[in-house]
Write a protein that binds this ligand. Structure first.
Ligand SMILES: C[S@@+](CC[C@H](N)C(=O)[O-])C[C@H]1O[C@@H](n2cnc3c(N)ncnc32)[C@H](O)[C@@H]1O
Length: 223
C-alpha cells in the first residue's frame, strides 16, 4: 500500500496513523464560550464531540489553580476545556496517537490555552513525576478491561491526597463494572456526577491513605 493511500481500517489508538489526512474544523460551546478545534482522520471522534466526552466536559468541576491530567486526550476537547477552567493551574494532555497529540497542541494554541502542554506516550508513562489534583479521562475502553484496570490501579500514585479521578463511560463499555470496582477499591468516595444517553461520569477521590491494592483484573466479571 502506498504511503498516501488511506489505511483500510485503523484503530484510533494507532501510534502513527496512516489514514489520509482530512483536516476539518469543529466547534462547541463551553460555559458560554465558543471553542474551536481542528480534527483529522485517524483520531478518535473526528466527526465531532463524542457524547460521552460532552457529558464529561459538562461535569468537569475543577479549581482555578488545579494541576490536571487529561489522559488519552485525542484532539484535545477535554484538555482545552480543563485549561480554560483552571487558568492559574496547569494541564497535561497525553495520548499514544501522535497525530492526536499534534492536533491537541494546535488546539491548545487556537484556544489560547498557554497553561497546558501535550506529551506523547501510554497511560502514565509521560508523567512519571506527576502529582495531579484531577485526572480526567474518556479512556480507550477498546484496549480491554485489563488495560483499563491497570490504569485505574495506577491512578492514585499520580494524585495528590484528596485528588480526584473523573471517568466517563457507557453501559456497553462496562461502566457499571468500573463503578463497582472503584467502589471496592476507593471505598466511600465514588459519586455519579452526571448521566445521559447511557453514559455516566464517575468521580472517585483519594484520601490521605491510598486505595487498597487492587485484586487482579480477572477476579470479577463485567456488568
Ligand atoms: C475514547 S478516546 C478519548 C479521546 C478524547 N479524550 C475525547 O474524549 O475526545 C481515548 C483516547 O486514548 C488514546 N489512547 C489509547 N491508548 C492509550 C494509552 N495506552 N495511553 C494513553 N492514551 C491512549 C487514544 O488514542 C484516544 O485518543
Amino acid at each position: 500500500m502506498a504511503d498516501d493511500e488511506p489505511a483500510p481500517s485503523e484503530p484510533y489508538w494507532t501510534e502513527r496513523p496512516r489514514s489520509r489526512s482530512a483536516p476539518a474544523e469543529r466547534r462547541f460551546l463551553y460555559r458560554g464560550e465558543l471553542l474551536r478545534f481542528v480534527v483529522d482522520a485517524g483520531v478518535f471522534s473526528a466527526q465531532g464531540l463524542d457524547p460521552g466526552t460532552a457529558l464529561l466536559i459538562e461535569n468537569l468541576r475543577v479549581d482555578p489553580a488545579d494541576r490536571i491530567l487529561d489522559l488519552g486526550c485525542g484532539w484535545g476537547a477535554v484538555g482545552v476545556a480543563a485549561a480554560r477552567s483552571a487558568p492559574k493551574g496547569h494541564v497535561v494532555l497525553t495520548d499514544v496517537n501522535r497525530r492526536a497529540a499534534r492536533l491537541a497542541r494546535q488546539n491548545l494554541e487556537r484556544n489560547g490555552a498557554a497553561n497546558a502542554e501535550v506529551r506523547v506516550g501510554a497511560f502514565f508513562d509521560p508523567v512519571p513525576d506527576g502529582a495531579f489534583d484531577v485526572i480526567v479521562t474518556n479512556p480507550p475502553y477498546r484496549l480491554g478491561r485489563e488495560s483499563i484496570l491497570a490504569m485505574l490501579t495506577a491512578a492514585p500514585e499520580h494524585l495528590r491526597p484528596g485528588g480526584r479521578l473523573l471517568l466517563v463511560g457507557k453501559g456497553s463499555q462496562g461502566i457499571r463494572f468500573y463503578q463497582r470496582w472503584l467502589d471496592d477499591h476507593w471505598p466511600g468516595t465514588v459519586e455519579v456526577l452526571g448521566r445521559g444517553s447511557g453514559y455516566r461520569v464517575l468521580e472517585a477521590r483519594v484520601g490521605p491513605d491510598r486505595p487498597r491494592k487492587a485484586r487482579p483484573p480477572s477476579a470479577r466479571r463485567s456488568a
